[in-house]
Design a protein around this ligand. Structure first.
Ligand code: GRG
Length: 295
């Protein structure tokens, strides 16, 4: 896919994701207004919208019989909740997120905690209500997202990550963290999009595995950027990993091995996408670009 076509498709998917976020989540002045203002503050703070874009694009790759926007919004709600909670003093203690003060800095700790809490059930309400006329699809989307965001993946990965380097530098623990903390929430959008697109079971699985490989690669790129980018470029503090004793792939295996793994994972993701029966050309281009991003 040529660069201009990719860019225009990417821009229109981001616009669709942003519009869905604004229209499908409660307005900032909904009572209690401080809570809803905090939710909207973090949802609207920008970000790459990668998870909703992957979900919308995966649905479009097949023959969608349902609207992917509710699922795309649900994914961004979970992602945003996890960022709000991750920034709290009891976790990563970060003052900056998406180029702005983190939620607990712009509001206060209790409000940030509650804003994250509220985004979590909102995600499942979107899946229950948005696909009410397709109960089996709704059930499968709920199961996908609950699994990805649950105790064995997103929350489990965060849990194992919390001790940092001090908790032990074994490669198996690092893989568990990568799969849970990052890859699960990049694999779920592709699987959910494929389900909405009506893909067959084999293609849903190809999409899930493509997302998993691309998700691990995404984290490795993130780790390399943390060591090389500047804060304005990333919208969050940099050099934080080394400073905070974070347990990372480049820290354990070195930079050349990290770059080689990013390439191998990107090839693996693209092979899964190429094996699908749908038109995965946009997803292929996006995943290839994710591996060479600079923010
Ligand atoms: C608190 C349950 C819980 C989980 C937190 C999201 C997370 C897990 C931690 C944040 C730190 C981190 C490096 C997570 C890995 C996933 C990741 C790279 C998140 C950032 O995603 P981007 O770059 O963010 O897509 P934007 O802001 O662009 O949406």
């Amino acid at each position: 896919m040529d660069a201009a076509r990719f860019q225009s498709q990417h821009d229109s998917l981001i616009q669709a994701a942003e519009l869905a976020l604004r229209t499908l989540t409660p307005a900032a002045d909904t009572r209690p207004a401080r809570l809803h203002a905090a939710m909207r503050y973090s949802l609207e703070a920008g970000g790459k919208r990668l998870r909703p874009v992957l979900c919308l694009a995966a649905a479009q790759a097949f023959q969608p019989a349902a609207d992917a926007r509710h699922a795309a919004t649900a994914l961004e709600c979970i992602h945003t909740y996890s960022l709000i909670h991750d920034d709290l003093p009891c976790m990563d203690n970060s003052d900056l997120r998406r180029g702005r003060p983190s939620c607990h800095k712009a509001f206060d700790e209790a409000t940030a905690l509650l804003a994250g809490d509220a985004l979590l059930p909102l995600a499942f309400a979107l899946l229950a209500e948005g696909y009410a006329d397709r109960p089996e699809l709704s059930r499968r989307l709920v199961a996908e997202l609950a699994h990805a965001a649950g105790s064995t993946l997103l929350v489990g990965g965060q849990t194992e990550d919390m001790g940092g380097l001090a908790a032990g530098a074994d490669a198996d623990r690092l893989e568990f963290i990568l799969l849970g903390k990052t890859a699960a929430m990049l694999s779920a959008p592709l699987a959910m999009g494929a389900l909405i697109g009506g893909a067959n079971a084999a293609d849903v699985e190809h999409c899930r595995l493509a997302g998993r490989a691309a998700g691990i690669a995404f984290q490795l790129v993130d780790d390399l950027l943390d060591g090389s980018a500047n804060a304005a470029q990333l919208g969050k503090p940099v050099g934080a990993d080394a400073q905070n004793g974070k347990f990372t792939y480049p820290g354990l295996h070195g930079i050349p091995a990290t770059k080689a793994r990013i390439q191998a994972l990107t090839d693996e993701a693209n092979a899964h996408l190429a094996a699908c029966q749908g038109d995965t050309s946009f997803l292929l281009a996006l995943i290839t670009r994710m591996a060479s991003r600079d923010r």
